[in-house]
Design a protein around this ligand. Structure first.
Ligand code: ADP
Ligand code: MG
Length: 332
């Protein structure tokens, strides 16, 4: 070995030694993949020893995301949510346990927030098309807003069915489904032994472990620019951002965007962005939308009452607000 080392140089020799001793470790690397799913950008990155296995796992993540999309998209005719929206005004519709459970979870956030989070926001929400700059006229908006109330969802856990108390109601799980999908993807990766990775769907990310000895660095975008205002060093947590800059159009200086205040049937306008940190993405996702609707005072009060949840808000004036457990860097 000594003679060969001389010929290959120190580096080559070290590599050879490592390859012999730990063949997997030396070949280990980061692998990533991007795909457009659920109307957003899905990104997965994992640390893996076997490139073939990395590809298989990343494909499994994308397949799982697409499966959930096919179940929960209101825009895919065959999706359970679309069938519910079509039929639940006339009769109880039997749904999968998975969708039933996620609706129950969503309703917990409705209870917690006095209806600020409400999947029946879609009763009016579906009348907006942000890409085409379409919004309902005032009468349509008022009539549809009266249909918003999650307590008018008739949920039968034995029959696993859902019905609408008021015809014309609609549901949309857009405020929670991406977080749910991220959690499912993470569970799949963890079950396969992945110890370092990230799964992102639009504004919802969850981190598995750290970035091999260092934290992951996640940026919070400036709501009116491309640059990051804050960079958070994070490991093993979920982070979700809801902003008024994702899907919107403006008319006479008024911004119509995709987060709806159920009380008004119109876009919530007290904040520009809300970032929530929690253990699971399903909670971070639902809460970021919830706090966005609640506004700064009620929103921070809710976050401060929840164990293991933190939030960073950007208000109308561009001021950054922190939940009590975070140190405001400008307060020193
Ligand atoms: P995104 O990552 O899609 O920007 P957010 O977490 O910011 O998602 O949530 C916005 C989505 O939540 C909307 O596109 C809509 O589907 C849904 N939504 C809007 N308003 C509400 C509400 N008041 N309650 C529950 N869901 C809502
Ligand atoms: Mg959300």
């Amino acid at each position: 070995m000594g003679v060969r080392c001389l010929r290959w140089g120190r580096r080559g020799c070290l590599l050879l030694l490592l390859l012999v001793a730990f063949p997997q470790t030396v070949l280990a690397d980061w692998f990533n993949r991007k795909a457009p799913i659920m109307g957003t950008r899905v990104f997965v990155e994992i640390w893996q020893e076997d490139p073939q296995r990395a590809q298989t796992l990343m494909q499994a993540v994308m397949d799982e995301m697409e499966r959930i999309n096919q179940l929960m998209s209101p825009y895919i005719d065959s999706a359970e949510v679309a069938v519910v929206n079509r039929d639940a005004g006339q009769k109880a519709v039997q749904i999968s346990q998975e969708l039933f459970d996620l609706i129950l979870k969503a309703n917990q956030y409705s209870d917690l927030s006095d209806g600020a989070f409400d999947i029946t926001f879609a009763s009016v929400g579906h009348k907006f098309d942000y890409r085409k700059h379409i919004r309902p006229n005032p009468l349509e908006q008022k009539t549809a807003t009266e249909l918003i109330d999650y307590r008018h969802l008739v949920l039968d856990s034995k029959a696993r069915s859902i019905a609408f108390d008021k015809p014309g109601m609609r549901i949309d799980l857009g405020g929670i489904a991406k977080g749910y999908a991220v959690d499912r993807a993470v569970a799949l990766l963890q079950a396969a032994g992945v110890t370092h990775g990230i799964v992102t769907a639009g504004g919802d990310s969850r981190l598995i472990g750290d970035h091999r000895g260092r934290p992951w660095m996640l940026g919070i975008r400036h709501p009116r620019g491309e640059e990051h205002v804050i960079t958070l060093p994070l490991s093993d947590s979920a982070v979700s951002t809801s902003g008024d800059y994702e899907r919107y159009f403006e008319e006479d200086g008024v911004r119509f965007h995709h987060i709806i205040d159920p009380a008004k049937g119109d876009s919530a306008r007290a904040l520009l962005s809300v970032t929530v940190l929690a253990d699971h993405s399903v909670d971070a996702d639902a809460l970021s939308t919830t706090v966005f609707v609640l506004g700064p005072e009620k929103g921070l009060k809710l976050v401060n009452s929840l164990a293991g949840v933190s939030a960073i808000l950007i208000d109308k004036a561009g001021k950054v607000l922190y939940s009590d457990d975070l140190v405001d860097p400008t307060m020193h």
